[in-house]
Every structure is written in structure tokens, then in C-alpha cells.
Design a protein around this ligand. Structure first.
Ligand code: GUN
Length: 297
């Protein structure tokens, strides 16, 4: 059996059109949603994510305040920029691209972003509310994965979802969301990580397998059950001298082999990535709506 490919680009396009329509309606009422973006340093992968985010904002009619700081920028400089964006009424969402250079305290920076502008959903206030199932900004990649499952008609209720990876950005929040008693969630959840014994034994039990470990093609076909839904969150650059750029992008799963076993699978690129950016636009729009309705959240 060859899997059906979940086309993240197409799903994202549909959602972005829906968002752009709402942005226009809001703008007609005098509120243009705005996103403040900060990139510190020159990391090539971060640069290309940030550029993609800024382009997507422009296309959706969202105002984007783009900021680049050098790799040796001080923590104070970054905090001052966050403070400025916290107070700027044109900005409804703030995104500080991670990871930050080692000399900057990431936790301190994330705590400085006002929770009502935290469209990444990384502030402990939003993490706590999400955990409790309360209204909160949901982190973009996990939320994008949930939307993909929902919009692809995957039966999640009672399904065994196995997540590989326990990062604060993807694995942990995704486990929490999939656990919640709601449409497109309601799974039994297992989280695997670097200390997991016999990972294959667990991943082979997955009805929905989500790879978010950041290790190129670590999920091999023998680790996947026939007919599983496979979501690949990994984006890894591997050297490839046959490519003009000298590298190619691969996910955390061995796509070519696993597509012969899975029922549904996401490609890399063109899978989860475009959905992550879409959910950022969604959160920025939500924040602007909250602002217009005078709600603090
Ligand atoms: N680095 C990798 N993913 C993300 C993300 O979703 N948001 C931010 N701010 N940084 C990231």
C-alpha cells in the first residue's frame, strides 16, 4: 500500500486564505493585525524561517515589524526591543526566534513578552492555560499538527498517538493537546525520547506516529505499523553536493520507505512547516481580535 500524502502546502493555503479574509474585515474596521519579529544572529535555518514568516504576513495583509540583531547583541538590547514591541499598539504578536545565542537567557526573554502578545504560546502563562484546557495561544507547530489531523479527517478519538521528542516547542505541548478531550484530539499518548528503551516497540504500537526529535531519518520503516498515520515535524539539512545549495532537507522519518507502509504521511518540505507559519498568522489575527474586543487574552 502506498500512503496518501498530506499536502501541508495546500492545507496551509486554504487556511491562509481564510485568515486573509478575516484580516481584511478587521482592517476595514480600523485594526490591522501586526506581528513583531526578532532574529538574533545569522543561523541560516532560523534566517530562512523568519523570512518565510515575514513574507507570509505580508501576503495575509498582516503588518510585520522585522528586526535583526547581530549575534553579539546584548540581552539588555533584546529586552529593550521586546519592551518597545510590548508597548507598540500596532503590534499584536511578538515572536523572538529561537534558539537564542548562548549568552542570552532565553527564559528571561520569553517571560518579558506580554502574555497577550505571546503568539508563539511559549510564555508560562499560556503554557499553563493550555495545560488546563483554558483559552490560550497554542504553540504554532503542535497546533499546526492538530489542524492537519483534523482537516485530513484522521480519527483521533481513542487512537494511540506516539510522539518521538520531548522539546518544549513541540513534543511536550503536542502530548498535552492530543490528550485533551476535544475534536481532533482525545488520544492515548506515549512520548518517547533519548532515554527510551526499545523505542521501536512503542512506535510500532502507534496509530498516529509523530516524529519531532530533530534527527535525520531516525524513524525507519521497521518502527512503523502498517496503516499508521505518520506526521514528520523534523526539518534537517543534510549535505548533498548534487544540490546547488550543497544540502537537502529531510525529515525525521525515512519517507521513501515509510510511505509504502503508512496510510497517511506528511512530506518534508511541504508538510508541517507551512502549517506552523499558518498558525502564527492565526494567533496574530486572534490577538488583534482580542485587542479590538478589549479582552486581555
Ligand atoms: N524556533 C523553532 N521553532 C520556533 C517557533 O515556533 N517559534 C520560535 N520563536 N522559534 C522557533
Amino acid at each position: 500500500m502506498s500512503a496518501q500524502i498530506i499536502d501541508g502546502k495546500e492545507l496551509a493555503k486554504t487556511m491562509r486564505e481564510e485568515i486573509a479574509e478575516e484580516v481584511k474585515k478587521l482592517a476595514d474596521q480600523g485594526v490591522v493585525p501586526g506581528l513583531g519579529v526578532v532574529l538574533v544572529g545569522e543561523d541560516p535555518a532560523s534566517k530562512s524561517y523568519v523570512t518565510a514568516k515575514e513574507k507570509a504576513c505580508e501576503k495575509a495583509g498582516i503588518y510585520s515589524d522585522d528586526n535583526r540583531l547581530p549575534a553579539d547583541a546584548s540581552e539588555e538590547e533584546l529586552l529593550a526591543l521586546v519592551d518597545r514591541m510590548n508597548e507598540d499598539p500596532k503590534i499584536h504578536g511578538i515572536l523572538v526566534q529561537l534558539p537564542l545565542p548562548k549568552h542570552i537567557d532565553e527564559e528571561k526573554v520569553l517571560l518579558r513578552i506580554k502574555p497577550e502578545k505571546d503568539v508563539d504560546g511559549f510564555h508560562p502563562f499560556n503554557v499553563g492555560r493550555m495545560m488546563l484546557g483554558q483559552k490560550a495561544f497554542l504553540p504554532c507547530t503542535p497546533h499546526g499538527v492538530i489542524q492537519m489531523l483534523l482537516r485530513s479527517g484522521v480519527q483521533t478519538k481513542g487512537a494511540h498517538a506516539v510522539i518521538v521528542g520531548r522539546s518544549n516547542i513541540v513534543g511536550k505541548p503536542l502530548a498535552n493537546l492530543l490528550l485533551q478531550k476535544a475534536e481532533g484530539r482525545n488520544c492515548t499518548v506515549t512520548v518517547c525520547h533519548s532515554a527510551t528503551k526499545d523505542m521501536g516497540e512503542l512506535t510500532r504500537q502507534a496509530d498516529i506516529l509523530i516524529a519531532a526529535a530533530g534527527k535525520p531519518e531516525m524513524i525507519t520503516a521497521d518502527m512503523v505499523k502498517d496503516g499508521a498515520v505518520v506526521i514528520d515535524v523534523g526539518v534537517n539539512r543534510v549535505e548533498d553536493s548534487s544540490k546547488k545549495k550543497g544540502y537537502r532537507l529531510v525529515g525525521d522519518v525515512d519517507f521513501e520507505a515509510i510511505k509504502e507502509k503508512a496510510s497517511l504521511i506528511t512530506p518534508v518540505p511541504g508538510g508541517v512547516g507551512p502549517m506552523t507559519i499558518t498558525m502564527l498568522l492565526y494567533n496574530t489575527l486572534e490577538s488583534a481580535k482580542n485587542h479590538m474586543n478589549g479582552s486581555s487574552k
